[in-house]
Design a binder for this molecule. Sequence first.
Ligand SMILES: Nc1ncnc2c1ncn2[C@@H]1O[C@H](COP(=O)(O)OP(=O)(O)OP(=O)(O)O)[C@@H](O)[C@H]1O
Ligand SMILES: [Mg+2]
Length: 336
Amino acid sequence: MEPVSAAIQTRDLTKQFGDFTAVDSVSFEVRRGEVFGLLGPNGAGKTTLVRMLTTLLPPTSGKAIVAGQDVGRHPTRVRERIGVIPQALTSDLDLTGWENIDIYGEFYDVPRRQRHQRARRLLEMVGLRERANDLVATYSGGMRRRLEIARGLIHSPEVLFLDEPTIGLDPQSRRAVWDLLETLRKESEITISLTTHYMDEAEQLCDRIAIVDHGKIIALDTPSGLKRMVEGADRVDLEIEGDTKAIAEMLKQEPYLREVELDGASRLTLGADDGPHVVPKIIDRVESAGAKVASISVHRLSLEDVFIRFTGRSLRDEPAKKVSFLVGAGMPQSRS
Ligand SMILES: Nc1ncnc2c1ncn2[C@@H]1O[C@H](COP(=O)(O)OP(=O)(O)OP(=O)(O)O)[C@@H](O)[C@H]1O
Ligand SMILES: [Mg+2]
């Protein structure tokens, strides 16, 4: 592999458990400063992929370079350069917020003065300055998550890995975590790899998204690029006063419409690439043909629809089966 300017680079990265291939020859690159999403149903192989990238699991074959270091050859160097925030809440309930961060900084050998300065700044950033000296046992789930993000940043990592950062949080806490990640993206050079089940989260936060299914990346693009891959997927519902059949025939000739279907006596369902922009054109055409538009509405393609097109299933209808790996807490640890 070339000397890297990318934050993450993999080639044919593969993990087998016995006969089962959990991650299947995956190759991709994440640019520095990018927020990169891994989106996929349960069992897709997201966590296994992240565990290889964070040196917690040796690959069966293939290669990965993270923060300029080869995960197989220099796992310790990789660990020094990354922050890992696993899905399970791992902050220590018996310690204060401040102590949790400080101890973590010590693990990473961050010198005391620098550690304390950074801890103060990070606690401020995550909105926990006032609560820093309270035991974590008194924190809400959202506060713990924010504390853990601050903790994961104490050694100034180049790449931050978050596995399902908002699962189990109430909407307000989710929003607070999103705001925090957006601040981080704007105000630092850090690269973020984010695993999520939530479409809105991926869409809101990620520059690019990899859709993972059965151990493979089946699509990788910006959120809008992914949507563009599914053409004609915006739906326009139209109610006509006039000769609906004639109008349907006429609309079939319009190049900006993909499908035109009659739905009852006065209703039409149309497929379009860009729903909102075709609405005025449709109204124009219908009215110039002497009919009237009684109602018109647009249903925009969501990332969820894109996901279903690519994987043939929904993200939501499978119950979450979660295994929490406490070793994923991101502590530097030697792998003998
Ligand atoms: N240590 C292991 N031994 C055997 N099989 C494993 C092991 N770890 C993961 N798997 C299997 O590999 C597949 C991928 O699991 P993984 O946890 O990476 O999926 P995921 O995409 O993170 O799923 P989820 O959304 O549920 O977190 C699953 O079928 C899982 O059962
Ligand atoms: Mg997982």
